[in-house]
Design a protein. Structure first.
Lengths: 112, 113
């Protein structure tokens, strides 16, 4: 039981390039989330998926898109990366609302 | 190295002492609270949670206290060990809509031998 896994672990992009961050969970959780974490700040929610087939914007969705591919997988796409998107990205999942979220190990992204 | 938490408040304790990490939350309607531990280069790890109908909950070496009157949450770690060195976040759940967690910026715990 791996929990929440994320790929890649590290990525360097040039401004304007695109990429997709992958996330998968094997806990049969219904809800999945993408956060970004910047120095000295708390985690900020980018997008979430309350259940398979639904996605909604969080606190900081601009510049991102998501896809809930199936119950296990939730991907985050940067269509045209900007230096302001340099951050550490965490995926999380929870059984449902009002349930504890469990986090993946993170993807460290540097946009030059 | 880990870029998260460069400017966080730091609590320094001696190994074996008890640690108390505090958190002020923002919303009086919040009904569920979680403490996470984040080690360098890793994702946040669940430690303990508490619902708003409780004021204390104990786990293994950890206790969470909730004071709704002043919107304050604390995490007590007994007999602190070097492996407890990490950044600790509290998170509050604001009900309605979805499971929206609001995270604090965190406190760095440094355990010295």
């Amino acid at each position: 039981n791996a929990g929440v896994t994320q790929t890649p672990k590290f990525q360097v992009l040039k401004t304007g390039q695109s990429m997709t961050l992958q996330c998968a969970q094997d806990m049969n959780h219904n809800s999945m989330y993408w956060y970004r974490q910047d120095p000295g700040m708390g985690l900020r929610l980018i997008y979430y998926s309350a259940s398979e087939g639904t996605t909604d914007k969080g606190e900081v969705p601009n510049g991102y898109n998501v896809s809930r591919l199936n119950k296990r997988e939730f991907s985050l796409r940067l269509e045209s990366a900007a230096p302001s998107q340099t951050s550490v990205y965490f995926c999380a999942s929870s059984r449902g609302q009002q349930e504890t979220q469990y986090f993946g190990p993170g993807t460290r992204l540097l946009v030059l | 190295g880990e870029s998260v938490g460069l400017h966080l408040p730091t609590l320094s304790v001696q190994e074996g002492d008890n640690s108390i990490i505090n958190c002020a939350y923002s919303n009086s309607a919040s009904d569920y609270f979680i403490w996470y531990k984040q080690e360098s280069g890793k994702g946040p790890q669940f430690i303990i949670d508490i619902r708003s109908n409780m004021d204390k909950r104990q786990g293994q070496r950890v206790t969470v206290l909730l004071n709704k009157t002043v919107k304050h949450l604390s995490l007590q770690i007994a007999a602190t060990q070097p492996g407890d060195s990490a950044v600790y976040f509290c998170a509050e759940n604001i009900p309605g809509g979805y499971n929206k967690l609001i995270f604090g910026a965190g406190t760095r715990l440094a355990v010295h031998p």
